[in-house]
Design a protein around this ligand. Structure first.
Ligand code: KIV
Length: 254
């Protein structure tokens, strides 16, 4: 008997049940299939693919065409997991554009879409959710704004203003209908506070242990992008080195 597909309600109910939500990125068919077979309930075709797959210095170069291409690849494995895709940089400037591009990602196979921002994008989130497309928020450090931050991935919520802004942004996203919110590089204390304050799951990345779930870029977890690993990640595998060694062994065997 095959187990039922994970839905938005499944993910939301995990918060209520106190069950930690594991989420990982996937950008292609084999990795999505492996992660799905491992039982990961929540997958994301993140625009981090710009760095770890396409070789760009940051996510600002990723296009809608890139996201559609990789979303289609993941969709081909028909994951049991709930899987979504990022709206890339400058693809959701108005409610109309946000909805148009969210529909393109759904047409490519995504169950949900994610975009970066809080109160500033609430009207765009409402446009997406009103059309029946599940939406995941993303606040804290926003990689699509890294150039405005001088190229630095800075921790958010360190002072009273930052804390208040994050709490208001999280509340605005929940109010606009988001089913979950990624908290990226938020101080652990503020991430804990947001998690207690909002009715929807928080999915942390570099934001301490007290979020309802955790998301990582899969390449960081398994070492397939060994040239840079964020400080908060403890890799479970050094696949990059294993690949180099396997290829050397094969060449020596010729
Ligand atoms: O682009 C991405 O992969 C992400 C997650 C790591 C949250 O936004």
């Amino acid at each position: 008997m095959t187990s039922p597909r994970i839905t938005v309600d499944t993910i939301r109910s995990m918060k209520a049940r106190g069950k930690k939500i594991a989420a990982l990125t996937a950008y292609d068919y084999p990795m999505a299939r492996l992660l799905d077979e491992a039982g990961v309930p929540l997958l994301l075709v993140g625009d981090s693919l710009g760095m770890v797959v396409l070789g760009y210095p940051d996510t600002t170069h990723v296009t809608m065409a890139d996201m559609e291409h990789h979303t289609r690849a993941v969709a081909r494995c028909r994951p049991r997991a709930l899987f979504g895709a990022d709206l890339p940089y400058h693809s959701y400037e108005t409610p109309e554009e946000a909805l148009h591009n969210a529909r393109r990602l759904v047409d490519a196979g995504a169950d949900y879409v994610k975009a970066e921002g809080g109160r500033d994008i609430a009207a765009r989130v409402r446009a997406i959710v009103s059309a029946g497309i599940p939406f995941m928020g993303h606040i804290g450090m926003l990689p699509q704004h890294v150039l405005e931050e001088g190229g630095k991935y800075r921790i958010k919520g360190r002072d009273a203003d930052g804390r208040a802004r994050l709490l208001e942004d999280a509340a605005a996203l929940a109010e606009a209908g988001a089913f979950a919110i990624v908290l990226e590089l938020v101080t652990p204390a503020v991430a804990k506070e947001i998690t207690a304050a909002v009715p929807i799951p928080t999915i942390g990345i570099g934001s301490g242990p007290d979020c309802d779930g955790q998301i990582l870029v899969t390449h960081d977890l398994i070492g397939t992008f060994p040239w840079f690993t964020p400080r908060f990640v403890k890799p479970e595998l050094n696949a990059g080195e294993q690949i180099r060694s396997a290829v050397k062994r094969w060449m020596q065997s010729l």
